[in-house]
Design a binder for this molecule. Sequence first.
Ligand code: PRP
Length: 213
Amino acid sequence: MKKYITIALAKGRLAEQTLALLEQTGITCEEMKDKKTRKLIFTNEERGLKFFLSKTSDVPTYVEYGAADLGVVGSDTILEEGRKVLEVLDLGLGRCDMCVAGPASARELLKKNQVIRVASKYPQIAKDYFYNRKHQTVEIIKLNGSVELAPIVGLSEVIVDIVETGSTLRANGLEVLETICPLSARVIVNEASMKLQRERIAGLIKNLKQALQ
Ligand code: PRP
């Protein structure tokens, strides 16, 4: 039986960018380009590859359990999910920062070690930053999107969120107060696959590195 290498991609722009990069290495998956398809898994028989599209936050889960040998996902998701996976390559796609943001008036609250409320789609990253790096006790409120609303409507004093161009913050009278870490898309690998399929995986990573140059 043919052994496939299975690659999990985060649905959306990152999957499209990753496929474009793979194409530069000579790996194509025509089926996947059909935007109307409802199919979730695609095969490239010639190269012995399977691709599937999953919700972004599930990519590290598929890779940890070995349902996918490889995954491509943002480092925000890798940090938030905390799954046991090997991070092997920074693709440099989707560069942005994870930041603490809020109105300028909230800057003082971050210095005074006050108990403040922090809204975020990334509660683990927020918790790690405030508890382990800043040693500030905060109340973390999990939201699922449009996080910039929280300080405007009085749900929280600050937010922890992704800032790319900064235009969402500016449009809402908010600013970056502290930068937590830079983010970009990474290739992650299942630990057992890395041992059992080392050569094929190393070959794929080498090709991707070359395509990035
Ligand atoms: C992300 C992020 C910010 C925005 C930052 O939201 O949560 O809201 O992009 O980009 P900018 O600095 O270029 O303005 P996304 O569009 O993913 O949607 P969401 O608000 O539903 O999370």
